[in-house]
Design a protein around this ligand. Structure first.
Ligand code: ZN
Ligand code: ZN
Ligand code: FE
Length: 763
């Protein structure tokens, strides 16, 4: 049979993921000759020679059997005549030139099944070695100093390989061929245990010892891949209460890490889709519903129907849990409140010393801090609460190519930044709330580092419209420094644009609902219906405006907000004084609130979040917000299993949804007395009213404007009842419904929307 030659160009994520050794194996298996080579545009070039049928089966295997981390977005094949030029199949050296701008940087990958098997196999040379990895798994982004992704450009450069590791690294048929993180107990990072003062705890097996300490009720800091966690047991409450005191975190839920899936099912309900997420390569924290026989401490996620759970994603975590009697550990980011997660050993002794009893450390440097990602399946679709470890900085691929590089800086809370180049949107890891110097510095260094990795030069800087956000000031500084334009983008416009960018939509009616965003009229927006297209947006409808007595205090103490909404009705005073004892300064404060309302100089808001806050306060679910989203999250939990007893028809006048009538009717019932069933049904009714009202409002506008697409975004899109109701109504009426599935619908997705708007306007 006559030989032919095929030349194949494969692009996507094909470098640094074990693609070349894979190609080598499938070529050699079939007796094909030729070579495989990494090209500098991040694609791979393959030449194979052999009989046609073998080449056909090679091409099939190329797609079907590709390594788990590889993603092929494009592959071109051309056939030539063979001149039998090759005598063997070879892996050629990568071209030495630097990578082309916009190359993909791999995200961290959870430990793979092969590594788990070796980790637990007493005769394997990496038995019990905490930093076991291979070409298919291990840290990437958290260790990378520069591109291309080579050991010398990672913090693994501090660990010269031993001879056995070198031989594995150089063997094309070995699973660790060119695995940049290759290491063993002889040559790789070491783990050790200390007290919170840094005194070494002498023991043979530090991981086992740490597990024992956690079982006994001690609090242990654990250095992972992207930062430190603080771990405690989950079946006893004492260490969790102690941790809450130390961290000044009264109510905010802690995430947990559970031994395995079976264990998770013993305390939570896991759908097929959630199982897929839990076990995915990114291994994020997944918000799961607590089951009927939930038996872990109530202190983990107080007042909530769900709990954030993840599976072990490194050898270290797996060894800890396998050596423990606990089914799961609290695993919360180690950081002083509001500050970025701790990454350095010395830093840990200073900053989290008082939170913990012991520290389990290793000697490998964390280059990029990276918190765990958090996702929730909301009404069947994946919703990122935090897109970070395992996802960042892999780009979100857009359906347009833009010709300018855009840097976008996000808002003030849950910030991410975005670098948009060509058709790729690179979002940074989760940065956090830019309220302290440390987070601000983290934002700056994260942008700087991402720009370095992507080789991006900014041409436009997009930011929030809010004049006093730190990110706005940073944008102005950068614009000045690079002599480029800065573009302010309205908050809710950016939210809607993030959905448009994900789906490539050109025109949409966007429902953007959250706690707060600066409006073009200077008011506090947060329940908006916008008509958005490539030229910009128009505010077409919104929730009724209500005064916020005391400004930010009305956010912290939802009773104030409720009073603001009730003001003007005869219920207001009666209800407020009835609940005055729930205010920090009691009756005196209630009187002050009335005075503030009477003088009329309060900022006004159309926020959905504030309505949910008020209802939570009136129903006695939450009187004080100790973390972002607390009142609405607890309201959602309280509404589970409820029904619409209020049966209030949404009142829309002049494209403003009346919300006073909703809050009034609930307060009226509450004054007469509440029982748990009533609380549940009223919580359900309130969410239903808002969802139906928003959907009706959006539909009215969509019909009159002749738009077929409706998007729902903003932090309220995490609320399952509201999301499901809006979607159902929109779809039943024959409109297309969209929401974020790749970027967070909350403020973590703002930077994507800002970048997309800036890109459209400057293309
Ligand atoms: Zn592996
Ligand atoms: Zn070694
Ligand atoms: Fe927002």
């Amino acid at each position: 049979m006559k030989n032919i030659r095929a030349e194949i160009r494969v692009s996507g994520i094909v470098q640094g993921v074990g693609f070349r050794p894979f190609v080598y194996r499938i070529a050699v298996n079939r007796g094909l000759k030729g070579f495989v080579q990494n090209l500098k545009d991040a694609s791979v070039r393959i030449i194979v020679e052999g009989p046609e049928s073998d080449i056909k089966s090679f091409l099939e295997a190329l797609v079907k059997e590709k390594p788990p981390l590889a993603r092929i977005t494009k592959s071109d094949v051309s056939y030539l005549e063979s001149n039998n030029e090759f005598v063997e199949f070879k892996i050629l050296e990568s071209s030495k030139q630097s990578l082309v701008a916009g190359s993909v940087i791999p995200a961290d990958v959870a430990i793979c099944d092969d590594c788990v098997r070796e980790l637990l196999d007493p005769v394997d040379r990496r038995f019990g070695y905490f930093f076991i990895t291979c070409t298919n798994c291990g840290p990437r982004f958290t260790i990378i100093l520069d591109t291309p992704y080579d050991r010398q450009n990672t913090s693994m450069r501090d660990f010269p390989m031993c001879e056995v590791c070198i031989s594995e690294y150089e063997d094309p048929l070995n699973r660790r061929f060119h695995a940049q993180t290759i290491a063993c107990s002889k040559c790789g990072p070491k783990v050790y245990l200390t007290t919170n003062d840094g005194e070494l705890v002498t023991c043979k097996e530090p991981i086992k010892e740490a597990a024992k300490l956690i079982d006994e009720g001690y609090i242990v800091a654990i250095k992972g891949n992207g930062g430190f966690h603080v771990a405690t047991a989950t079946t006893i409450s004492e260490p969790i209460i102690r941790l809450r005191k130390a961290k000044h975190r009264r109510q905010k839920p802690f995430a947990i890490m559970a031994k395995d899936l079976k264990t998770i099912r013993s305390f939570a309900i896991v759908s097929e889709q959630e199982e897929e997420l839990l076990t995915s390569l990114a291994r994020p924290i997944v918000l799961l519903r607590k089951s009927e026989d939930y038996y872990l401490s109530k202190e983990i996620a107080p007042g909530l129907h769900n709990i954030g759970v993840m599976l072990p994603y490194t050898g270290l975590h797996l060894l800890l849990l396998l050596n423990s009697k606990e089914p799961a550990y609290v695993m919360t980011s180690a950081n002083p409140s509001g500050e970025p997660i701790v990454i350095q050993n010395q830093e840990a002794y200073v900053r989290i010393k008082r939170d913990v009893d012991y520290m389990l450390l290793h000697d490998r440097e964390i280059v990029n801090r990276c918190d765990d990602s958090v996702v929730r399946v909301v009404d069947g679709s994946i919703s990122f609460i935090r897109r970070s470890r395992g996802y960042a900085p892999e780009p979100i691929i857009l359906s347009y190519e833009y010709n300018k590089n855009i840097f976008a800086l996000g808002g003030e809370l849950n910030v991410t930044a975005c670098i948009l180049m060509g058709d790729k949107a690179f979002l940074t890891q989760h940065i956090g709330d830019i309220e302290c110097v440390e987070t601000y510095e983290f934002l700056k260094s994260a942008i700087h580092h991402l720009a370095k990795l992507t080789r991006a030069q900014p041409e436009v800087i997009a930011h929030d419209l809010h004049p006093s956000f730190h990110t706005t000031r940073l944008a102005e500084e950068l614009a000045e420094k690079f002599k480029i334009p800065a573009l302010p983008v309205q908050h809710h416009h950016a939210h809607v644009a993030s959905v448009m960018a994900e789906y490539g939509l050109e025109e949409v009616i966007g429902i953007a609902c959250d706690g707060f965003g600066y409006g073009s009229d200077g008011l506090a927006w947060g329940g908006e219906v916008l008509l958005c297209d490539d030229n910009g947006y128009r505010r077409m409808g919104h929730l009724e405006n209500h005064p916020m007595p005391g400004g930010d205090l009305a956010t912290k103490y939802p009773i104030r907000m409720a009073a603001g909404i009730l003001f003007g009705s005869n219920l207001c005073e009666e209800w407020l004084f009835l609940n005055a004892d729930k205010l920090p300064r009691g009756r005196y404060e209630a009187e002050l609130i009335l005075k503030q309302l009477k003088n009329g100089k309060n900022i006004k808001t159309s926020s959905v979040g504030r309505i949910l806050d008020s209802v939570a306060a009136i129903l006695g679910i939450c009187y004080e917000r100790t973390y972002e989203g607390e009142p609405p999250m607890k309201l959602e939990s309280a509404a589970i299993g409820g029904s619409d007893i209020l049966r209030l028809k949404p009142e829309i006048k002049g494209r403003v949804l009346n919300t006073k009538c909703l809050v009034e009717s609930i307060a009226e019932i509450a004054i007469k007395g509440l029982d748990p069933k009533k609380v549940r049904d009223l919580a359900f009714s309130a969410q239903n009213y808002l969802a139906v009202g928003l959907a009706e409002l959006a539909l009215e506008i969509a019909i009159s404007e002749g738009v077929k697409n409706i998007a729902f975004t903003g932090g309220v899109a995490y609320n399952e009842q509201i999301m499901a109701t809006v979607r159902r109504i929109v779809e039943v009426r024959g409109f297309r419904f969209y929401t974020n599935t790749r970027a967070p619908p909350g403020d973590g997705g703002l930077s994507l929307g800002q970048a997309a708007i800036a890109a459209k306007l400057s293309n």
